[in-house]
Design a protein around this ligand. Structure first.
Ligand code: 6GU
Length: 249
């Protein structure tokens, strides 16, 4: 998976991606991160890439030409015959979710466009952008954090980036259930014991317990997700009980 990021803050992208699991994935060659500085494509000696908005108003607007030249540069590097996804990070986009991440994970190349200031000249957006994506209903100062959120989420779905054990996590989110609680040593921590079932070694009972805990958590914290989850009749009864009594996990 090759990520290309058009940005005014390439360090922000490189620094975040070089840590933790994404950092390891880069070192092992499962993913590539290419942050390209839009400022390098400015056509004036001050390297300015923004200007006042036509019609007036507060703030500055990123100019079309440097963004376009940056895009052209990336296209030449990719040399793809297939159509490319160019993702513009904007609060006006479709809200990012796990299903979208799974779809993007099939691509070989992905290009992100990070805006700043009050936005980007609409004409270059019309010319190059294929997908408009937001990460939630709040406003950030720029598209870098959303691009990082997307790349992190997509990376862990690329085969080889996670070991197989952990990849089960994704399955449960795609089933629209939250993850069950986790415990590690010591068995008794400040008077609080680990649930005994976890020490029992009964694999079948354990799997049932995990599933039940997931259903209870989802009913308590994200009941909206349950509309899309596939539950057995017994699990639906459990949900009703949890919702009615707000039962403890
Ligand atoms: Cl993609 N961009 C900005 N600037 N703010 C956001 C966002 C994106 N998603 C949520 N808030």
């Amino acid at each position: 998976m090759n990520f290309y990021v058009m940005t005014l803050f390439p360090d922000m992208i490189n620094n975040a991606m070089s840590e933790s699991i994404t950092g390891r994935a880069i070192k092992s060659g499962y993913i590539n991160v290419n942050a390209v500085n839009i400022r390098d494509f400015a056509d004036n000696k001050h390297n300015r890439v923004d200007d006042y908005p036509y019609g007036g108003g507060a703030g500055m607007v990123m100019q079309a030409e440097p963004v376009y030249m940056c895009y052209k540069h990336i296209c030449e590097k990719i040399q793809s015959t297939k159509p490319l996804h160019v993702v513009y990070l904007t609060p006006q986009g479709k809200t990012f979710n796990q299903k979208m991440a799974a779809e993007y994970a099939h691509e070989e190349n992905l290009i992100f466009l990070c805006g700043h200031y009050e936005g980007i000249d609409e004409r270059v957006i019309e010319e190059i952008v294929t997908d408009f994506v937001s990460i939630g209903d709040y406003v950030l100062t720029g598209g870098e954090l959303p691009a990082l959120v997307m790349m992190d989420t997509i990376s862990r779905l690329v085969p080889g980036v996670l070991n197989n054990c952990i990849s089960a996590y994704t399955e449960s989110f795609s089933e629209n259930l939250l993850e069950y609680p986790q415990y590690t040593r010591p068995e008794n921590w400040r008077g609080k014991s680990v649930p005994p079932i976890l020490l029992s070694g009964h694999h079948k009972k354990l799997a049932e317990w995990y599933r039940e805990q997931s259903v209870i958590r989802t009913a308590l914290f994200r009941p909206d997700l349950l509309k899309k989850a596939e539950l057995t009749e017994k699990e639906k009864e459990l949900v009703d009980k949890v919702v009615r009594h707000g039962e403890q996990i």
